[in-house]
Design a protein around this ligand. Structure first.
Ligand code: ADP
Ligand code: MG
Length: 396
């Protein structure tokens, strides 16, 4: 059933709790990339323009010790949000208490307040991350309605999403979450065929569940990245020193058998004698020496993937094709990105921190139908799992 969206609610004069994902990369109190903050603006602006009193909150990093507090202070984010909105944002350096409650009581329609990192509550028995029932109920008591727009944590049941939603009369998805549900949910439930999935990244173990699901749903599963070598070893090839999970060889064989030809493993690779950003040599999978490290897919593999992508109507991409942090081994990832970006008439979805970084590097964000803001959440959604941060929102 469809979930309520922020635009389904009457917001005028209401205290609107908005859970956003402002978990941005920070260095010495300076924001390194504000994509996530910008991504939340449509929902925040909608609430403000419709006379709501916006109470915005997010987690930032992990809080285990006192020292983690200063590092993960959300104050600089509130300053940046103020600049982006062109509007004063009241920042409350607390996650509960009188100062916060008074500031909320003083909000006028169209005002905005942000409070401190929800995970400051983790210092005391992981209250946020373990969805402490008192905390969720307390935060819910600060508002009249709840909007969840944080997809990055939607795969976790925390006090700031599930806890609030289960203690408040009305809840809805923000526009960002709506988009994730529409595109990723659409690919899971009702993909247009041909449906081609491209998986890469480091480990098979991270992606077993998603491969199992894709075997049921997709027409082709193209596998690159480090995980490819576990499959190649399972097929009996010498993979040299390439990344391999030896305890997953049987599983890789099982998946290959189950996939019945749907899993496509490319032929050539770019190899180096060490795991380093040094120029490599292109080798076929039959030619590896014992000291070779496969660090990227080769040109023939890229060509094969491009061919497999032709005519696709749904494309889901998660995980780089090689060690794309190394200049010498980014070609496969950038090439795949390019190929997907130029497809015509296809629904193209990309998720995962490193893959999305490649899309941004090429300036192709607008050429994908959907660039997911979630890593783990995107994977679990693609696995066909119910995400608690979505499930907790009321149906229309
Ligand atoms: P994403 O963030 O897009 O979900 P992952 O985190 O699953 O992707 O994987 C990214 C990591 O995979 C990168 O750090 C990259 O270096 C690594 N990787 C890709 N190909 C290889 C390879 N051939 N050998 C070792 N590591 C690899
Ligand atoms: Mg990653």
């Amino acid at each position: 059933m469809a979930k309520k969206i922020v635009s389904d609610l009457d917001l005028k004069g209401k205290r609107v709790l908005i859970r956003v994902d402002f978990n941005v990369p920070m260095k010495d109190g300076v924001i390194q990339d504000d994509t996530r903050i910008r991504a939340a603006l449509p929902t925040i602006e909608y609430v403000l323009n419709h006379g709501g009193k916006a109470i915005v909150f997010s987690h930032l990093g992990r809080i285990k010790t006192e020292e983690d507090l200063a590092k993960n202070d959300l104050k600089p984010v509130s300053v940046h949000l103020e600049e982006l909105l062109g509007k004063h944002v009241t920042f409350i350096n607390a996650t509960r208490g009188k100062e916060l409650e008074d500031a909320i009581a003083n909000l006028k329609d169209g005002d905005i307040l942000m409070f401190q990192n929800t995970r400051y509550e983790d210092l005391d028995g992981k209250k946020e991350s373990k969805n402490d029932s008192e905390l969720g109920a307390y935060w819910a008591s600060l508002g009249d309605v709840f909007i969840n727009d944080a997809f990055g944590t939607a795969h976790r049941a925390h006090a700031s999403n599930v806890g609030i939603a289960s203690n408040i009369k009305e809840s809805a998805a923000g526009f960002l979450l709506e988009k994730e549900i529409k595109y990723i949910g659409g690919a899971v439930e009702n993909p247009e065929h041909p449906y081609v999935a491209i998986l890469g990244g480091a480990k098979v173990s991270d992606k077993i569940a998603v491969i199992e699901e894709l075997i049921k749903k997709a027409d082709k599963i193209l596998i690159g990245g480090g995980m490819r070598y576990t499959f190649l070893k399972a097929q009996g090839y010498n993979i040299g020193q390439s990344l391999c999970e030896d305890d997953k060889l049987d599983l890789a064989r099982e998946l290959l058998a189950k996939a019945n030809g749907k899993i496509i493993l490319p032929g050539d690779a770019v190899c180096a004698k060490e795991f380093a950003d040094v120029p490599g040599v292109v080798k076929d999978k039959t030619e590896f020496d014992n000291d070779d490290n496969g660090l990227d897919i080769g040109p023939k593999s890229l060509e094969l993937f491009q061919k497999e992508l032709e005519g696709a109507k749904t494309v889901v991409w998660n995980g780089p094709m090689g060690v794309c942090e190394f200049k010498n081994y980014e070609k496969g990832t950038l090439g795949v990105c390019e190929a997907i970006a130029h497809l015509k008439g296809a629904n193209t979805i990309v998720g995962g921190g490193d893959s999305v970084a490649a899309v941004e590097k090429l300036g192709y964000v607008d050429k994908f139908t959907h660039v997911s803001t979630g890593g783990g959440a995107c994977l679990e959604f693609l696995e066909g799992k119910t995400l608690p941060g979505i499930a907790c929102i009321q149906d229309k």
